[in-house]
Design a protein around this ligand. Structure first.
Ligand SMILES: [Zn+2]
Length: 122
């Protein structure tokens, strides 16, 4: 099983993690045995935050900074999901990267366009 704290692979017989001494629970024995973390990847906070930031990045006024933040956190979440498969959150991280990246870039572009247009009008 993988340690829920540090991600180190331990023998299933181990009661505690060999690296960080975290108590290993049989509930988190292997990836796929924890349906809650598939829907809500609470072990991959970066992916979860990226997902929510991406959802709110749809709002025009705050979409630019939120979208960029979602993109950055989404990439970090993807990295964490790759290093710690038991943390999950890959789908949430991808939504953060794609949706956040899209709205972040679009709204930032609109802001820059607005500023340039305003400056050129003078
Ligand atoms: Zn550990």
């Amino acid at each position: 099983m993988f340690c829920p704290k540090c991600g180190t692979e331990n023998s299933d017989a181990n009661f505690k993690c060999t690296k960080c001494k975290q108590t290993l629970k049989t509930v988190t024995a292997s990836a796929g045995s924890d349906p809650i973390s598939t829907i809500i990847p609470y072990k991959n906070a970066k992916a979860l935050i990226a997902y929510y930031l991406a959802v709110f990045s749809i709002i025009p006024c705050i979409g630019s900074p939120l979208g960029i933040a979602a993109l950055v956190l989404g990439i970090m979440g993807l990295k964490q999901a790759k290093e710690h498969p038991e943390a999950k959150g890959k789908v949430h991280a991808w939504i953060g990267v794609l949706v956040g990246g899209l709205f972040g870039v679009v709204y930032t572009g609109l802001i820059i366009f607005g500023i340039v247009t305003a400056v050129l009008k003078k």
